[in-house]
Design a protein around this ligand. Structure first.
Ligand code: MG
Length: 250
């Protein structure tokens, strides 16, 4: 292959990648659905590592607050906490920047609804960047809104969902966005993530703060902000939530 041809071939390879990021409307139903991968069976929760900050160990909601800094009004049930419809999303008392995050969640069984109304919740990194929580086991919805999607932006690489009512794990490495002094984005927020032990994001970037039905944009914010969990009206349960503060990348 001549040099010229090699350059041309490389350019042709790049075109689909660039085009793909812009090709899909938010919540496009024609965007390809990630293929399903059956993960390993659920196991009992593992203990956090020694330097973890435990945000929920099944006993109380002391690390969480509701809106207006009021006590969190989700309910404790069998070592889990459960969304109470209408009580509002909850946020951590502490604020975080770059983190490793582990949490476990389970959907309602049997399912009560379809699409986006089937055990919808969400993990809002820095209170702004949502990783979707949804029962996506044999449940059709738009690809950028299924479980483990960067909501409205990026579908997971595969659909590693377990059936309704089974505990599922999210393991996330999150790098916060970096803003220049003038407010422009130096580095977008970045996420690597495993759903039930299966890779679903490999250094994927958020295109901005999570928005509904429109393109996301960035607005500069603090270096550390609380983590939030979404009340979307469905009694999704969470357990075994911990984070590790990460040093900035060198
Ligand atoms: Mg959600």
């Amino acid at each position: 292959m001549t040099h010229h041809r090699r350059v041309l071939a490389a350019a042709l390879l790049l075109v689909p990648v660039v085009a793909e990021a812009q090709a899909w409307d938010v919540h496009s139903m024609s965007r390809p659905k990630p293929r399903a991968v059956t993960p390993a069976p659920a196991s009992a929760p593992a203990a956090p590592p020694a330097d973890a900050i435990v945000l929920f160990d099944g006993r109380d909601l002391s690390q969480w607050r509701g809106g207006d800094d009021a006590p969190a009004r989700w309910r404790l049930v069998d070592g889990a906490m459960e969304v109470v419809r209408g009580s509002g999303s909850i946020s951590t008392v502490r604020a975080f920047g770059d983190i490793q995050l582990h949490l476990e969640w389970r959907s309602v069984a049997p399912p009560r609804a379809d699409g986006q109304n089937r055990s919808n919740s969400g993990v809002f990194l820095m209170g702004r960047y949502e990783v979707q929580v949804l029962d996506s086991y044999q449940n059709e919805t738009y690809a950028d809104g299924q479980a483990a999607a960067l909501y409205g932006q990026q579908p997971p690489l595969v659909n590693a969902s377990r059936p309704p009512g089974e505990w599922q794990t999210y393991d996330i490495v999150f790098r916060r966005p970096r803003f220049a002094a003038d407010g422009s984005v130096e580095q977008p927020a970045r996420i690597t993530m495993f759903h039930n032990g299966v890779l679903v994001h490999d250094a994927a970037t958020f295109s901005g703060a999570t928005a509904h039905m429109r393109r996301a944009t960035y607005e500069p914010h603090e270096d550390r902000r609380p983590l939030a969990l979404q009340d979307h009206g469905d009694p999704v349960q969470f357990r075994n939530i911990w984070v590790r503060d990460l040093e900035p990348e060198r």
